[in-house]
Design a protein around this ligand. Structure first.
Ligand code: ZN
Length: 170
């Protein structure tokens, strides 16, 4: 009888499956569709900006209407309207590029880690390796951890790793 190939039910059980990096789905990268420009972006324009004490810059990015909910008269004294559409557009581009790079880094970190972890596993096997080789193995695994840490320098990056199951908590 002619054989049929397996039909794997779950995507993640398929050979060669690689978990996809979490993709932000914001339309507006300036405010992440929240209407208020993200604090780390505002900090590029306003030295010492502190979102807990300063007025909140309303996003005026073209095509983004998320900020309109802040325009009521009760709230308007808490809102900073100085970030023009042109500024917001530039911040949007910066944030978009940052995310593109974060994702590229994530993929390369992942690749390095796969390579380096396999060599770490190899080094766990009982062999007659010299202490020099052992030091080299340790140095290599520390390098890998440092590389992973580098990619984890803000909450959103952590959140990304959290969502992909790479880490368990923030
Ligand atoms: Zn916006």
């Amino acid at each position: 009888m002619k054989k049929l190939p397996r039909e794997i039910l779950r995507q993640e059980d398929k050979p060669g499956y690689e978990k996809e990096v979490w993709q932000p789905s914001w339309k507006c990268y300036c405010c992440h569709d929240l209407g208020i420009v993200r604090p780390h972006l505002v900090a590029m324009l306003i030295d010492g900006y502190d979102y807990r004490h300063d007025k909140l810059p309303r996003c005026q990015n073209q095509g983004c209407s998320a900020g309109s909910s802040y325009d009521s008269s009760e709230l308007s004294n808490c809102i900073d309207y100085r970030l023009s559409p042109a500024i917001c557009q530039e911040l949007d581009m910066i944030e978009r590029e940052d995310w593109r790079q974060t994702q590229a880094e994530w993929h390369s970190t992942r690749k390095h880690r796969q390579v380096d972890f396999s060599s770490v596993v190899q080094n766990l096997r009982p062999t007659n390796r010299t202490s020099g080789e052992q030091m080299e193995a340790m140095r290599r695994s520390e390098e890998v951890m440092a590389r992973i840490d580098k990619g984890l320098n803000d909450t959103e990056r952590k959140e990304m790793l959290l969502r992909t199951g790479e880490i368990n908590s923030l």
